[in-house]
Design a protein around this ligand. Sequence first.
Ligand SMILES: Nc1ncnc2c1ncn2[C@@H]1O[C@H](COP(=O)(O)OP(=O)(O)OP(=O)(O)O)[C@@H](O)[C@H]1O
Length: 338
Amino acid sequence: MTTAHTAVTAVPGAGNPSGTAVAARTRGLRKVYGSTVAVDDVDLEIPEGAVVGMLGPNGSGKTTTIRMLLGLVQPTEGEIELLGVPVPRDTHRVLPHVGALVEGPGFHPFLSGRENLLRFAAAEPLLADGELDGAVSAALERVGLAHAATRRYRAYSLGMKQRLGLASALLAPRRLVVLDEPTNGLDPAGTQEVRRIIAELHARGVTVLVSSHLLAEVEATCTHVVVLNQGVVVAQGALDDLLESGSPTLLVSTPDGARAVDALRTGRIPARLAPDGVRVDIATTTSATVIETLVRAGIGVDEARRERTGLEEAFARLTHDVGDLVGALDGDEAEETR
Ligand SMILES: Nc1ncnc2c1ncn2[C@@H]1O[C@H](COP(=O)(O)OP(=O)(O)OP(=O)(O)O)[C@@H](O)[C@H]1O
């Protein structure tokens, strides 16, 4: 959890000269540990108000990047701007506006969950003394931990510890919330709650950066994604753009699949029979041409819909086959891909 112990000064607006508001930005960010390059030349842009999922295989640099953003790890090279403020130089100015769930938030094992949160709340410059109790109760309630508030932290399960970390990130009103694997150790109900909390923050206009291995969660909750592989950003942008970037496919439901495949192939349109219909590659044709071809061949079409690439498929393509990436996302990002 991040707290600031200094007085709050005004945080400048997070606008940028090109007009798009940016909550966090890095330029040429690099972190080297001995002979390990953990993060290499990372240029991030986290749009204000977005829910950004940070994805990547184990060891791809997600946690290191998040820790550098929060001023917890000193970059080897590069620049960071958080809510318009340079980090780590002025981290203290911005931290009160940033809630963070990162590993090892430093809870005291012999204090209860409530007592631990009260200590953190007392260090929140945005909370007045008279607001501490209420803020702690509200945060405990929000993460479903009110019933265990008086139990000692060391008796908490992994999931309860995770919930308490989340509560600490939500103690005060935030402009940016950074969650490093928030569903780690949570049961399905806890995962649902994290999803709900992220949706609530998003509805209030809070920017959320969340790292996760749960692609279905990211697909369900995020508006944008950043994909890291071996310390390098291999894709970033709107989730919808990423999902549209695979080979476009039309799924056709027809009572006569085998004949449909024959008719399309005769018309030099790649198609194959699948359990749920006929899958047609429309990279070099249009949906209208496909349907026209089928109707001309006297084949009935019950339904035809364009399929999106699932995030799982996109992720596999991005992290296993970096060479094929150019052109997968919009031009700028693709060009930056190495
Ligand atoms: N304090 C450290 N000292 C040495 N190497 C480190 C340190 N922290 C991270 N690394 C290395 O940097 C690389 C990136 O690690 P990082 O924890 O950022 O990855 P990650 O994407 O968060 O992984 P995971 O999904 O497993 O949590 C790894 O090779 C890791 O071993």
